[in-house]
Design a protein around this ligand. Structure first.
Ligand code: OGA
Ligand code: NI
Length: 357
């Protein structure tokens, strides 16, 4: 299997170039089967929970407990919430998003210097998965390693705009801290020791990557998706959405819900590894992205992951006779190979590990 990950199975086409070429009809390889298209089902008009983190580490016991309860019910019922009063500078969020928008607006030749390969996925990419003939998503992205430090290589990060590398470092340091706080809150609210999840992720040696998504305007948005349905394979995701273009949809009771981004909020979601460690008390939930014909959309997904060679399994404290372990131990490296080979396909992987116990 490793062998087929050396290079892309077909020549890479930048979706942004297609979009800017002025075509009226999208190429066939971006056309989804009818049941996957955005308009297939009626939309549900509810919102994902909004959690105010102001009191997360308050010394007022009641307020603190209150916040933990909100996080816990959001992770159980939705696998998603929007976090406000998270402590990260709104100015930094805005500058980081805008520098990436500028990067994607640079000439193609500049971006091509960072063209990625499926061996590490690092760099400028336009597909996830290496299946020849796969139907592709309407997006380009930039993927980089932030942690562990020995994998961090700023020379692989964009050198233009000139502030890009510094902003990635500054932004990374802040979101890493916030992820650590959220992991603590999740541990406590699962009834575990506050450092349980962080330690199970590898303590100081955790992994973290940034995936910046660029969803170009699309002449036929009803026929395609910006990102197909998937759950995030890692631990915890902190998404900085576009401030004025919606697009993210979350699966709830079999329906798709379009998230309305709250100004300056982060969208937090549970990844497959927390579903595994919590023995499915917390859920990683399917989500996807729709595109539109009027505006490009930029989003930054920061993935906070277990160290790649640790065995991840349900916490012993959350396993009992009544609640046997739902998953067998697996390393994150092994786990991630699936989405990197087959591309985004709903929750098939975590469900597959359940049925194979
Ligand atoms: C992702 C993701 C959502 C978005 O990158 O895994 O789900 O809104 N992104 O771009
Ligand atoms: Ni995702």
């Amino acid at each position: 299997m490793m062998n087929c990950l050396q290079s892309w199975p077909e020549p890479v086409v930048r979706v942004q170039s297609l979009s800017e070429s002025g075509i009226r009809a999208i190429p066939e390889r971006y056309i989804k089967p009818p049941s996957d298209r955005p308009g297939f089902e009626k939309q549900e008009h509810v919102d994902i929970p909004v959690v105010d983190l102001k009191n997360l580490f308050s010394h007022d016991h009641t307020l603190h407990e209150e916040t933990l309860k909100l996080i816990s019910s959001a992770c159980k019922e939705w696998g998603f919430f929007q976090a406000v009063n998270h402590g990260i500078s709104h100015e930094l969020m805005k500058r980081t998003r805008e520098v990436w928008r500028e990067f994607f607006n640079l000439p193609l030749e500049v971006k091509q210097e960072y063209a990625n390969a499926p061996t590490t996925y690092e760099g400028y990419g336009s597909r996830l998965g290496v299946q020849k003939g796969a139907i592709l998503d309407w997006s380009d992205y930039f993927f980089l390693h932030y942690l562990p430090v020995y994998l961090r290589n700023p020379s692989k990060w964009p050198s233009l705009p000139s502030s890009c590398r510094d902003l990635i470092s500054e932004y990374g340091a802040e979101v890493e801290k916030l992820c650590g706080r959220l992991l603590k809150a999740m541990s406590i609210s699962l009834g575990l020791k506050e450092d349980y999840l962080q330690n199970a992720f590898g303590g100081e040696d955790i992994g973290a990557c940034l995936r910046v998504n660029f969803y170009p305007k699309c002449p036929q948005p009803d026929l395609t998706l910006g990102l197909s349905s998937h759950s995030d394979p890692g631990g915890l995701t902190l998404l900085l959405p576009d401030h004025d273009v919606a697009g993210l949809q979350v699966r709830k009771n079999g329906k798709w819900i379009t998230v309305k981004p709250v100004p300056n909020a982060f969208i937090v979601n549970v990844g497959d590894q927390i579903q595994v460690m919590s023995n499915a008390i917390y859920k990683s939930v399917e989500h996807r992205v729709i595109v539109n014909s009027a505006k490009d959309r930029v989003s930054l997904a920061f993935f906070y992951n277990p160290k790649s060679d640790l065995l991840i399994e349900p916490a012993k404290e959350l396993v009992s006779e009544d609640r046997p372990p739902l998953y067998s131990p697996m390393t994150f490296d092994e786990y991630r190979l699936y989405i990197r080979t087959y591309g985004p396909c709903g929750k098939t992987q975590v469900e597959f590990s359940e049925s194979n116990r």
